[in-house]
Write a protein that binds this ligand. Structure first.
Ligand code: UD1
Length: 418
């Protein structure tokens, strides 16, 4: 059933909200459970659509998966299938995270090329060349990536770009390879550090977690563990920008503020009052935001997944902001929808200049990916009148109880059948 969110603008968001574990971590941790025979338990999991999708992927490979609210238990048998070429895999990007574990454990892995968000071409060349350096042969065959290796061996690998997905697949293959792998220019996102921490608890030997050089000494086997998923910095950042855009005051728990350092610094530049705690922060804004420029970059840069929120705040700011997208080439599709809401934007290559306006004006808009969908809801919160955000299944893939949480902060929003 198709659904939309009906949002009425004007409310000032106020209150306390807690974020769950990160979508971009839990799915990779679930895939990493393939590396060890036995039952792996993940706590603090978000209840989002992608988790049952990953459940289907793992079940298709022979695992038993139990979803119990925020706890996910995965029981991996001694022998798993290396063939992930089925419908569930094609439905979301993160399914490609099974490639590393399957290549390491099965000798031959076939993983259907993922679908997912319409944000850019998203090739797998760095995933493939990393595995090839470790002794695998890889090819794209009938819409799937196929990797084969009798026994992976350690290697020196330098990524052209600190790709999150390639870092994860190389890491989860290297933990079971023979010898030492040195991965340079690795991604440093907190979700990678979370994965390293879980792998270390499973018996992996990894040095340099959280830095751009990972040194991985392969082990003969790993054992299952219990792990708490790191808080979702993108969801937390969405709340921070929602608070600032609505001139509200929101306290966000369940997140290390250092994981959002630059995003919160930018809000301060826009005029917000930001206070940080051990495991959370508070954002308060009592005036129209000032224009601020943004450049998306790999962590610790400003996250591309918060780019729609940066555009949202720029659209109502005093002055002109320039936002530069350096990670995904198609992410400015979101700008077309913002223009429907009256935002004054001009795109030039991977830059968009936004002349801020006092207010936006409501209309019907369509989500093209998870973060664009959430960004449109934020814009709806500050638009005059009633905005309808369509295709909300995108938002449901990444934001647990989004409508309920927004309502608890005072937003006028409801989910209705389309
Ligand atoms: C992950 C996140 C996504 C986030 C992104 C960047 C998940 C499920 N998704 O995506 O939300 O926006 O990190 O923080 O965790 N690239 C290549 N060749 C490759 C791999 C990547 O050219 O082999 C390019 C991509 O097209 C893109 C850039 O590198 O332009 C970054 O991609 P990457 O960091 O790999 O992002 P994902 O892991 O796909």
């Amino acid at each position: 059933m198709k659904e939309r969110f009906r949002v009425s603008g004007g409310a000032r968001l106020q209150g306390v909200v807690k974020v769950d574990g990160a979508k971009n971590s839990v799915l990779k941790l679930m895939a990493a459970a393939l590396l060890a025979e036995g039952t792996t338990t993940l706590n603090n999991c978000p209840e989002i659509l992608d988790v049952p999708l990953m459940q289907k992927v793992l079940e298709g490979l022979g695992c038993e998966v139990q979803l119990d609210g925020p706890t996910v238990r995965i029981t991996t048998p001694k022998k798993i299938s290396g063939n992930a070429d089925f419908e569930a895999v094609r439905q979301f990007r993160a399914s490609v995270a099974v490639l590393g574990p399957l290549t390491a454990r099965c000798g031959k892995a076939t993983v259907a090329l993922p679908g997912g968000d319409a944000i850019g071409s998203r090739p797998l060349d760095m995933h493939q060349s990393g595995l090839e350096k470790m002794g695998a042969t890889t090819r794209i065959h009938h819409g799937a990536v196929v990797a084969e290796a009798e026994q992976l061996h350690g290697a020196k690998i330098k990524l052209d770009f600190p790709s999150v997905g390639a870092t994860e697949n190389i890491l989860t293959a290297a933990v079971l390879a023979e010898g030492t792998t040195i991965l340079d220019n690795a991604a440093r996102e907190p979700e990678i550090t979370d994965l390293c921490e879980m792998l270390i608890a499973m018996g992996a030997k990894i040095e340099g977690a959280g830095t751009s050089t990972l040194v991985i000494e392969g082990q003969k086997e790993l054992h299952p563990t219990e792990h708490n998923v790191v808080g979702d910095r993108i969801v937390a950042g969405t709340w921070a920008y929602a608070a600032a855009m609505t001139r509200g005051e929101v306290t966000v728990g369940g997140i290390a503020p250092r994981h959002l350092h630059l995003a919160l610094e930018k809000l301060k530049l826009a005029g917000a009052d930001v206070e940080t705690y051990d495991n959370g922060f508070r954002v308060r804004m009592d005036k129209r935001p000032e224009a601020v420029d943004y450049q998306t970059l790999p962590f610790p840069g400003f996250p591309t997944d918060l780019q729609p929120m940066a555009i949202g705040i720029a659209a109502i700011a005093q002055g002109t902001s320039v936002i530069t997208e350096n990670v995904f080439e198609s992410r400015f599709r979101f700008v077309d929808e913002m223009q429907r809401l009256g935002a004054d934007c001009s795109i030039d290559g991977h830059h968009v200049a936004i002349r801020g306006k006092e207010t936006l004006s409501s209309t019907d808009v369509w989500s093209s990916d998870i973060r664009a969908g959430a960004g449109l809801v934020l814009a709806g919160l500050v638009a005059e009148g009633e905005t309808n955000v369509h295709d909300v299944y995108h938002i449901d893939r990444g934001y647990p109880q989004f409508v309920e949480k927004l309502r608890s902060l005072g937003a006028d929003i409801e989910r209705v059948a389309d």
